[in-house]
Design a protein around this ligand. Structure first.
Ligand code: ADP
Length: 502
């Protein structure tokens, strides 16, 4: 149960939701794990348990996949009209909007993020994603294709393609934006007529469970959305390897993405991966410096740096390096760090003890190797997984803090000489998720945008997301694109139909 001090701030409906047993959703019914086991999800600002959640494993995954298979092959989901499917998804979005406050509080309790951010960003973006995808249900089209066939001279054919749902989809999501990542994954799967087994991250299962309740209320038929809570090494691995899953969609670390890919090879299921990043954020001396400084700070400190696209390598043109570093450090010092439920908090705790150790380990390694912390550099306080917003300088390209994804509020600031010099530095990473460019010279910005190996390039802005804009990675940042029209390709198969008509 939630701790007393936090409880007093919570919405009545959230308290009711927390007081109910947290079960697995299979075939429209909430059930205990076959093993009967549960695990605790924690409030990262207090380190106290919030609630116990069913601990699903391979057996539960089997049952969930069976339900998803039945719902795909025999259920009404595929036979209902595209318009009906769209309305069910739209209704889910409406219900989510009505439960905005509940979702925001659950997200803050479970993940630690500031309630103001959960209210303004996480929940509205998730609602919007479902509405955007609801619109696609009626627009998933094939094409008619003129064919020539040299070895049947004179014959006439009518040929067309159909776009069909890929089938039963396993979706494994992370803890940094729990509801939004569920929406990114579920929206296109539902829009295309697939059925799903969703596995939320073990650190943050609560908002997915509320989403499951609302999906049933919205009229999404039993078995279309199944939710198995549990750990990655057990439930997640079983899903990725399951022989009756047609596709696995994963968001998380590059390391685990490679495991998912290997597990998926058994039945050659389709794989899409949205993985890590070490995104360069490039400030030229002709930028609006004030805007660039605020933008660079928010690029790394938003969501406590727990964003796969965080602007974690800040490249600044030589002649303004000190000014920008000083500006970003001042921004860092002003950030109010505290419990997410406090409306004044701007940065909450990291999600878990493991993440706290990981981020502190990176800061220590950077400092030991000769980097200097202009601000921050260590844990904040002793209770809760808080760390100081940190700006590191005096790094070199070989250091772990420059090469590896830290996934915390730690930026390395690095000077550069000119537009040529920056291309090789910015691309000197195994990742390729996002990049930022700050300049008033629009032709320079677009020339650099074309040279950066990244799935998203933000110019004079950062962390701008929209349901219509595709997002995903080059290189080891992943396979495929989330959102936009592009994501529909990940959830559909193309069937060519060819008829001799003369
Ligand atoms: P992080 O390292 O940031 O915690 P992960 O990549 O470990 O992120 O986790 C993202 C998601 O992947 C979570 O839902 C987690 O349970 C799941 N996961 C972790 N390990 C595996 C695995 N071996 N197979 C499948 N899923 C996994």
């Amino acid at each position: 149960m939630a701790t007393t001090s936090v409880q007093s701030q919570l919405n009545q409906q959230v308290l009711q939701f927390l007081s109910k047993p947290k079960k697995i959703l299979i075939d429209g019914k909430w059930v205990d794990a076959v093993s009967g086991k549960t695990f605790a999800t924690l409030d990262p600002s207090t380190e106290e348990p919030l609630v116990q959640v069913a601990e699903g494993d391979k057996q539960d995954v089997d049952l969930a996949v069976k339900a998803a298979r039945r719902a795909f092959e025999n259920g009404p989901w595929r036979t209902m009209t595209a318009s009906e499917r769209g309305r069910a998804i739209w209704k889910l979005a409406d219900l989510m909007e009505q439960h905005l406050e509940q979702f925001a509080e659950l997200e803050t309790l479970d993940n630690g993020k500031p309630i103001s951010v959960a209210r303004a960003a996480d929940v509205p973006l998730a609602v919007d994603l479902f509405r955007y995808m609801a619109g696609w249900t009626t627009k998933i089209e094939g094409a008619t294709i003129p064919i020539s066939v040299p070895y049947t001279p004179g014959a006439k054919y009518l040929s067309y393609t159909l776009r069909e749902p890929v089938g039963v989809v396993a979706q494994i999501i992370p803890w940094n934006f729990p509801l939004l990542m569920a929406a990114w994954k579920l929206g296109p799967a539902l829009a295309t007529g697939c059925t799903v087994v969703l596995k939320p991250a073990e650190q943050t299962p609560l908002s997915s469970l509320l989403l499951g309740e609302l999906a049933l209320e919205a009229g999404i038929p039993a078995g279309v959305l199944n939710i198995v809570t549990g750990f990655g090494e057990t439930a997640g691995a079983a899903l990725a390897a399951h022989p009756d899953v047609d596709k696995v969609a994963f968001t998380g670390s590059t390391e685990v993405g490679k495991l998912v890919l290997q597990a998926a090879a058994g039945n050659l299921k389709k794989v899409s991966l949205e993985l890590g990043g070490k995104s360069p954020n490039v400030v030229f001396s002709d930028a609006d410096i004030d805007t660039a400084v605020k933008g660079a700070a928010s690029a790394i400190f938003f969501n406590h740096g727990q964003c796969c696209c965080a602007g974690s390598r800040l490249y600044v043109e030589n002649n303004i390096f000190d000014q920008v570093v000083e500006g970003v450090s001042q921004q860092a010092k002003k950030i109010r760090v505290g419990a997410g439920m406090d409306p004044k908090t701007q940065m909450g705790p990291l999600v878990s003890h493991e993440q706290l150790q990981r981020v502190c380990g990176y800061m220590e390694s950077g400092l030991t190797e000769g980097a200097k912390a202009v601000t921050g550099g260590k844990r904040a306080g002793t209770k809760g997984y808080f760390v100081e917003p940190t700006v590191l300088v005096n790094t070199n390209p070989k250091m772990k803090v420059v090469q590896e994804e830290i996934f915390g509020p730690v930026v390395t600031a690095i000077p550069f000489k000119d537009a040529e010099d920056i291309v090789s530095s910015a691309n000197d990473t195994v990742y390729g998720l996002a990049a930022g460019i700050w300049t008033k010279d629009i032709s320079k910005a677009h020339q650099l945008a074309a040279q950066l190996k990244a799935g998203t390039v933000w110019i004079n802005c950062y962390n701008i997301f929209d349901a219509a804009l595709p997002f995903g990675g080059y290189k080891q940042s992943g396979w495929g694109r989330e959102m936009g029209k592009d994501v529909l390709e990940l959830y559909t198969e193309v069937k060519a139909v060819c008829t001799r008509i003369g």
